[in-house]
Design a protein. Structure first.
Length: 440
């Protein structure tokens, strides 16, 4: 029998009305047996996500010794949901215990994880399902890395013979016994982990859009839906800013060839997007599959004559960044030039100064320049490598739109072309590439 794991995101869990939609989706298919949930998200624009309210609780706790004020908003959200759903259980005491544990644990990650915990408690009540706490089945090692084998075994054991269960996303337990969260948007990873552990036939990821779109719908109005994506294309697009799915969520499912299906909770009849291993993936026929962009990078440009023949040049530059604990995103290079692209958040002014000094001392460049406030835009698709003139079309489109391209990197996977532009040009750049390859 097919076995489906479904993950519902923040908008799907926002209030009683949306949770009822979740309930109907889950109960309409007996194969949907394991449900992973996010914390309630925004109900309207300007609303605050429960996870953000909880980060506020932690700040208040640090400043004032308790978080009564900020937690009152969390309490109100959940009491409202339980009332709206007409559930008859003692949510007040669950909330009291949660507040007390936030007070005693005094941990940011513990506090942040409570949105998923409380949402899963409510969803389990609503579905008449078993609640399985992520802290008992998802584990991290002493370096904070996800412990796959131990977690898969614990999830398999906890779900054995269980017809319907709800598991909170976003967190697990660290080697020190304390709660640890994934990065933001990490419930997508939890869903993938559960899918892998129970050997699901599909990992359904239910969100508020009808699939993975060719670009961010907040930049281009109603972009085309991508019917099917390969794991590799997904990885490139989500890493580069298409945050409809967390970029780490493919790792657990990829090894077991479990397809991911992105679906819309608010239009469940829409087909959605399938994310498949390359062997099962059917190319769309489009040259470009999708476009995504991310802001706030810093580019260090280095020029030196005969750089290419100087053995160890690149290693020396990279070893400086390694010493300062800065990870490198891209290294486009020419005969006498190389650029190093890093996330601006990983640097402060002092660190940047020191890095530049060290590079100067290490390789004695002829010239160095730093560009800040840079956005990277990835144009991704398996069809690009076999199609002549793709980059020419892309650059002509950008020139016609008046976008100044600061750097180009054709990824070695032949799956993407990355361009760097000023932060403020990112939206214009994505819209121009979209128009060129998808029309209108
Ligand atoms: P959830 O709370 O369900 O996890 P997210 O907010 O994390 O949902 O992700 C869904 C949102 O991702 C969409 O509402 C959309 O605004 C945004 N998004 C960005 N890029 C894309 C894209 N290429 N396709 C679809 N949605 C995208
Ligand atoms: N609630 C968490 C966040 O806001 C995790 C998630 O939604 O996936 O980042
Ligand atoms: Mg998300």
């Amino acid at each position: 029998m097919a076995l489906k794991v479904c993950k519902f995101g923040g908008t799907s869990m926002a209030d009683g009305h949306t949770m009822t939609k979740v309930k109907n989706i889950v109960l309409s298919d007996p194969d949907r047996r394991y449900v992973v949930v996010s914390a309630p998200g925004k109900r309207f624009s300007g609303d605050i996500k429960v996870t953000d309210l909880l980060y506020k609780c932690y700040s208040e706790l640090m400043e004032h010794g308790d978080c009564k004020l900020a937690f009152a908003a969390v309490r109100k959200r959940f009491e409202g949901i339980v009332r709206e759903l007409g559930l008859d259980f003692d949510m007040a005491s669950v909330l009291d215990k949660t507040e007390a544990r936030i007070d005693s644990e005094r941990s940011e990650e513990f506090t942040a994880s409570r949105g998923e915990y409380l949402a899963a408690v409510v969803m389990a009540q609503l579905l008449g399902a078993q609640f399985i706490d992520a802290e008992d089945v998802i584990f991290f090692d002493e370096n904070g890395a996800f412990e796959d084998k131990k977690s898969y075994a614990a999830i398999a054991a906890a779900t054995e013979g269980v017809k319907l269960a709800v598991i909170p996303g976003f967190y697990g337990r660290g080697a020190d016994g304390k709660i640890k969260t994934f990065s933001r948007g990490g419930s997508d990873i939890s869903g993938a982990i559960v899918a892998r552990a129970v050997g699901a036939s599909v990992y359904e990821n239910w969100t508020d859009v009808s699939g993975f779109l060719a670009c961010d719908p907040r930049i281009v109005d109603s972009p085309k839906r991508i019917k099917s994506l390969s794991y590799k294309e997904l990885r490139e697009l989500s890493y580069m800013g298409a945050n409809v799915l967390h970029s780490e969520s493919i790792f657990p499912v990829r090894k077991a060839n479990i397809p991911i299906l992105i679906k819309n909770t608010f239009r469940p009849e829409d087909e959605g997007t399938s994310i498949l291993p390359i062997a099962q993936y059917k190319p769309s026929g489009n040259i470009v599959t999708g476009i995504a962009g991310k802001k706030n990078f810093t580019v260090i440009f280095i020029e030196k004559s005969h750089m290419n023949s100087e053995v160890g040049f690149v290693r020396k530059v990279l070893s400086v960044l390694e010493r300062y604990g800065v990870s490198v995103e891209h290294i486009p290079s020419g005969i006498d030039t190389m650029s190093v692209v890093v996330e601006s958040d990983s640097l402060d002014n002092f660190k940047l100064e020191q890095i530049l000094e060290s590079i100067k001392a290490e390789v004695e460049p002829d010239f160095m320049r730093v560009s800040e406030n840079i956005a990277l835009i990835a144009t991704v698709g398996h069809g690009m490598s076999s199609s002549v003139g793709t980059s020419a079309r892309l650059f002509k489109a950008l020139a016609d739109a008046g976008v100044n391209v600061k750097m180009i990197d054709q990824g070695s996977s032949e799956l993407n072309i990355i361009v760097a532009v000023k932060n403020e040009d990112m939206e214009k750049c994505i819209a121009a590439i979209y128009r060129e390859f998808f029309g209108n």
